[in-house]
Design a binder for this molecule. Structure first.
Ligand code: ADP
Ligand code: MG
Length: 643
């Protein structure tokens, strides 16, 4: 018969640690929460090797009395609640009294603290749960906790830690969540002795948000506010132009605690319905302040999720507030500038000045006063160029791109359809985007070899379907799907053979990302390199992109990187289980392929149809949609009552 035993405290603590401390970022979160609860005005965080080597958090808060130090690091010991009823009037971030004990169980922890009424401080050390003596030490008022070698005594856990970059990405996100929630506290963050953030106290929440997410986003935030005695909602929601392909930039703070709440996230989706294309998520920074007794924060070990007494009310308040804001704000003008499906992550392309500038450049180009060979009638060029103007990447630097790259909207040249990059050799950045609108005239010659090599002749319908015949009957082909398939196969072969053409930038372009995005991009560095996308860290959360696939020459490097990052962060599957390279190949080929609506010349139609036979499996595009439909001759005969 199995014997039931009371578990020793060290085992209990290890179990608790398993729930609360997942990775170094959890240590950052717990220590920061304690510092905030201690009423600190300044909190300095310093992290080594993504937190796997050390996490140090120093505050100038109330401190811990010498005789309480050993209690602070023992389990279920807290100064924040006394009785069970207190659980329903929680005004602090912590209350479970588990964090320090859990951390101390699985690391080497040193805590120094001094209260305001004492001249000297005291220090306590715990090594893998083993308490060392409390000894006096010199230290300023407040508390400094240092956690070294997390999981040193749990090798399986240590093994699961990811790269420094990834761990730092998480740690930095934990820091961001708390620093965002408390703008009146001065926060700093250092990593390996490099200062990443210095956030002086501010009365303006917007200012703090801007420090993390940039001035550009800041300019496009809308203030929202509503509420009564019971529940107040306030904060900023971003212009739909700033959507993301995941919901990571949805910051919800309940009584100054960062939370995730499915129902509220759903309300956000509803509020933005019709303003965002499918698969895009709004960017918001919202505070919900409600009476503590109307919410249970004790439902999740890390308190990330909470349970509202009246969730329905929260849902309607959020949805209603945002809806009425959007109704009273003229968003439509800005939204309509984003062509559907074009993922423009930044607002600058929608900035009226930017647009006007680009439009001018485009019409100059259409009139022939700037380089670039217009092939269509002026009216047609103007039309397609205007659509394009709205899609221009935010950082189309005028001197490198004397005119917007019409190639990105242009029907791809016959040469490109044949898989030849328009830029065979790496070219200086100056020429990026200056891909000729159409292939050299040889390719467009009516007698060109493409045409004569085959009797195949196709017809383009509605600028999206190609119609041709084969032995069985009439074939109708989706031009985008077919081209995407062809490019995908070519790209894959080239990548496997290591022969992919890349565009090397003369001046590498810095792209500022969120920490999680930067970490994801740098983590995937090796895979990206196979695709010719070279990235390197550039301080803070900025990543330098120095080359990218020539096939995407018509996009800006920044746009390419943002799409890649969106792809890296999207999808719930474990990253190592996904075939990242394959997904990136799909993304690139989809992006580079001609679109529905692109007009093709006869040579281009024929080149595409010719290519169809080179790839066995060209009946389906990589997304699984059919590329072609066949109407058999028998079927046609029957329909025309010939049989
Ligand atoms: P909890 O925060 O849930 O109470 P912790 O294990 O995180 O539990 O901390 C235990 C106790 O130690 C706290 O209740 C608090 O009294 C004290 N403490 C921890 N960190 C600090 C700090 N930075 N400043 C002052 N007191 C602290
Ligand atoms: Mg705590």
């Amino acid at each position: 018969m199995p014997t039931i035993r009371q578990l020793p405290p060290s085992v209990i603590n290890k179990i608790a640690a398993g729930e609360v401390i997942e990775r170094p970022a959890s240590v950052v979160k717990e220590l920061l929460e304690n510092a905030v609860d201690a009423g600190a005005a300044r909190i300095d965080v310093s992290v080594e090797q993504g937190g796997t080597a050390a996490v140090r958090v120093a505050d100038d808060g109330c401190g811990i009395a010498a005789e309480q130090l050993s209690l602070a690091v023992s389990s279920h010991a807290t100064s924040k609640i006394l009785e069970a009823d207190d659980l329903f009037r929680i005004a602090t971030l912590g209350f479970r009294g588990e964090a320090l004990a859990s951390i101390a169980e699985v690391s080497q922890l040193r805590l120094r603290s001094r209260t305001t009424d004492r001249d000297a401080g005291y220090e306590i050390e715990v090594d893998g749960g083993q308490l060392r003596d409390v000894a006096p030490c010199g230290c300023p008022t407040g508390t400094c906790v240092e956690v070294r070698n997390l999981f040193f005594n749990i090798p399986v856990r240590r093994k699961f830690l990811r790269t420094t970059q990834t761990e730092m990405g998480h740690a930095s996100e934990a820091f961001t969540r708390i620093a965002l929630a408390h703008p009146r506290i001065h926060f700093t963050l250092r990593h390996n002795e490099r200062q990443l953030f210095d956030l002086p106290p501010t009365e303006s929440w917007r200012e703090r948000i801007a420090t993390f997410f940039g001035a550009e986003l800041n300019e496009h935030l809308l203030w929202v506010e509503s509420g009564d005695e019971q529940a107040q909602l306030s904060g900023y929601v971003a212009d739909p132009e700033f959507s993301r392909s995941n919901n990571r930039l949805q910051y919800l703070f309940l009584n100054s605690r960062f939370i995730r709440d499915r129902s509220l996230q759903h309300a956000l989706g509803e509020a933005y319905r019709g303003l965002l294309t499918t698969g895009r998520y709004a960017v918001v920074f919202l505070r919900l302040d409600i009476a503590p007794e109307t919410v249970d924060v004790n439902v999740h070990p890390t308190k990330l999720e909470v349970r509202f007494q009246d969730g329905g009310r929260m849902y309607s308040q959020l949805l209603g507030t945002l809806r009425s804001k959007f109704l009273s704000t003229d968003l439509t003008a800005r939204v309509s500038l984003t062509p559907t499906g074009a993922a423009v992550d930044s607002a600058s392309s929608a900035d009226p000045n930017h647009l006007a500038e680009h439009r001018r450049a485009v019409s100059d180009w259409a009139r022939g006063s700037s380089p670039g060979p217009p092939h269509e009638s002026a009216a047609a060029s103007q039309q397609s160029s205007l659509t394009f103007a709205a899609e221009l990447p935010p950082t189309a630097v005028p001197e490198f791109k004397p005119f917007p790259a019409p190639a990105s909207r242009s029907p791809v040249s016959a040469r490109q359809l044949l898989g030849e990059s328009a830029n065979e050799a790496p070219r200086p950045a100056r020429e990026l985007g200056a891909v000729p609108r159409e292939a050299p005239s040889a390719d467009r010659d009516p007698d060109d070899s493409l045409r004569t090599s085959t009797s195949l002749r196709g017809l383009q319908l509605h600028q999206r379907y190609l119609v041709t015949e084969n032995q069985q009957g009439m074939v109708v082909i989706d031009q985008h799907a077919l081209h995407e398939r062809i490019l995908y196969e070519q790209l894959r072969q080239k990548v496997l053979a290591g022969q992919l053409e890349t565009q090397r930038l003369l001046v590498p372009e810095p792209v500022s990302l969120t920490s999680a995005e930067a970490a994801a991009a740098l983590d995937a560095g090796a895979t990206l390199k196979q695709l010719g996308i070279e990235v390197a860290p550039f301080g803070g959360d900025t990543v330098l992109i120095s080359s990218y696939p020539a096939m995407l020459a018509s996009s800006s490097p920044q746009q390419v990187l943002r799409q890649v990052v969106d792809l890296l962060l999207s999808g719930g599957q474990a990253p190592d289980r996904r075939d990242l390279l394959d997904e990136l190949l799909h993304m690139i080929s989809c992006k580079a392929a001609i679109k529905a609506g692109d007009r093709l010349s006869q040579a281009e139609v024929d080149a595409l149809l010719e290519q169809r036979h080179c790839y066995q499996d060209s009946h389906h595009c990589p997304h699984g949609r059919p590329t072609a439909l066949v109407f058999t001759r028998e079927e046609l005969d029957r329909r025309f009552k010939r049989t």
